[in-house]
Design a protein around this ligand. Structure first.
Ligand code: 5AD
Ligand code: SF4
Length: 440
């Protein structure tokens, strides 16, 4: 591969964005590019973008600026900016003006057609394709890179929920579910190539298949995926609390390889704010879902997303979010300051919260959650947990690292021959972010 062209793919944002970036890399591989992480020798640089918060956009704009300098050093390098940020209504023109050095602009609905865009650019043209909706058949997406232990598998695209703060429904379109047989086929083929753990991806996996007739829902899909031989673990994200069914909880409880981990974003603990966010549940309903999970799966790990400083959030509303964290006993929480996204309903709300207040609330929230997470992990000291061995630890190459079924990272003493398989690890210590243990 000495003379082959090289592609560097940079990715920002959620697992959907990562999965899209893998698809793009795979498309370029089929065109003769080999993946690399050295910008200086790249022939093509792809930046798959995120626009969920302003902070992500600022980082990406900084990176696009750096790529301008790269292009000054190497006129032949082609630059592609793809994904959510490009798909935002009205964004393309603004971005093109700001970054004339970019060769390819492609929105989220144009990724399947990336090879045609590259061909045009290789002939010396600049291209921009941002369709307003998805026209491609969902099933013709190339597979992600094979041979890895873990893979992300899309089961659905888009989102119909329109939470008032969120740009996702505006850039990823309406909800579409992939056919079960196509998903099962993709997973089997990943397993044949050595994959042992998959994460099923959707903005709201609990509404998977709602358009199918005869009825077939997410629990049915999980049950079928659980029958695939040699697949050791099945994860899924994200669960919307309003659609988390008893059937799903029971399916996970009874499953073989279905990991007992629910990512269940609460966003706020105040009913007033939840209503303004258009989340369609109350804190009481949410807590009843948490209780239901804990009843059927006592050791389940529950993680969440929380936004502070949503328009109109009073000190009292914020206190309710803090109280919620203590009641739900999250293993982990991803906490964010509200970021105004133009085109969303919340952006037009009047009582926006100042940056200072948002920062202060975020600090307090993170402090409470760090304590909760530590307590969660400390409970595991002395337990023997099943770990899928991923490889040497980055911080200590003499130790191995892997994850529990609850998705906790474990660093442990063990045999390097076990990489790629399941081992039982006795937990000895709970560090700030990881568990520390020894193979039994
Ligand atoms: N500001 C801050 N956080 C947001 N999220 C989505 N939109 C915004 C926004 N405008 C968060 C939510 C979601 C996670 C993926 O990102 O918590 O669950
Ligand atoms: Fe955004 Fe709400 Fe859809 Fe999640 S469910 S992607 S927060 S609109």
């Amino acid at each position: 591969m000495e003379n082959s062209k090289r592609v560097v793919t940079l990715v920002y944002g959620c697992q959907m964005s990562e999965r899209d970036a893998e698809t793009l890399t795979e498309i370029t591989r089929q065109l003769g590019y080999s993946p690399s992480d050295d910008l200086e020798t790249a022939d093509l640089v792809i930046v798959n973008t995120c626009c969920v918060r302003e902070s992500a956009e600022n980082k990406i704009l900084g990176k696009i600026g750096e790529l301008k300098k790269l292009k000054e050093r190497n006129k032949n390098v082609k630059i592609a900016i793809t994904g959510c940020m490009v798909q935002q209504p009205g964004a393309l023109e603004r971005l093109q003006k700001r970054a004339p050095h970019v060769d390819i602009w492609a929105g989220t609905h144009n990724l399947h057609d990336f090879s045609a865009l590259i061909n045009r650019v290789e002939q010396g043209r600049k291209v921009a394709e941002v369709w307003q909706e998805s026209k491609a058949t969902l099933e013709v997406i190339p597979l992600a890179e094979k041979g890895k232990l873990h893979a992300n598998v899309n089961i659905m695209y888009g989102c119909d929920n329109f939470c008032s703060y969120c740009i996702v429904p505006h850039v990823r379109g309406r909800e579409r579910s992939r056919k079960p047989e196509e998903i099962l086929q993709e997973i089997k083929s990943l397993v044949d190539s050595g994959c042992r753990e998959i994460t099923l991806l959707g903005q709201n996996v609990n509404s998977y298949g709602k358009e199918f007739s005869p009825a077939y829902d997410f629990a049915d899909l999980l049950h079928q995926v659980d029958q695939i031989p040699f697949l050791l673990r099945i994860r899924f994200i994200t669960s919307h609390p309003k659609d988390l069914s008893d059937k799903l909880i029971k399916t996970v409880a009874e499953g073989k390889n279905l990991c007992e981990h629910f990512h269940l974003p609460i966003q706020s603990g105040s009913n007033f704010i939840l209503e303004r966010m258009n989340r369609k549940y109350t804190r009481e309903y949410y807590l009843s879902r948490v209780q239901e999970i804990r009843e059927f799966i006592p050791n389940a790990s529950i993680t969440t997303d929380i936004i502070v400083g949503f328009p109109g959030e009073s000190e009292e509303d914020f206190e309710q979010t803090l109280a919620m964290m203590k009641e739900a006993h999250y293993a982990q929480a991803f906490t964010f300051m509200y970021s105004k996204r133009s085109g969303t309903l919340a952006a037009k709300m009047e009582d926006q919260i100042s940056l200072d207040v948002k920062k202060r609330r975020l600090q307090i929230l993170m402090g409470v959650q760090n304590q909760e997470s530590l307590e969660w992990r400390q409970h595991m000291i002395g337990e023997i947990l099943e770990v899928l061995v991923e490889g040497p630890s980055k911080t200590n190459p003499e130790r191995l690292t892997g994850r529990t079924r609850g998705n906790e990272l474990v660093v442990f003493k063990g045999d390097f021959e076990t990489i790629g398989s399941l081992v039982n690890v006795r937990i000895k210590e709970a560090g700030s972010w990881t568990l520390i243990g020894e193979v039994e």
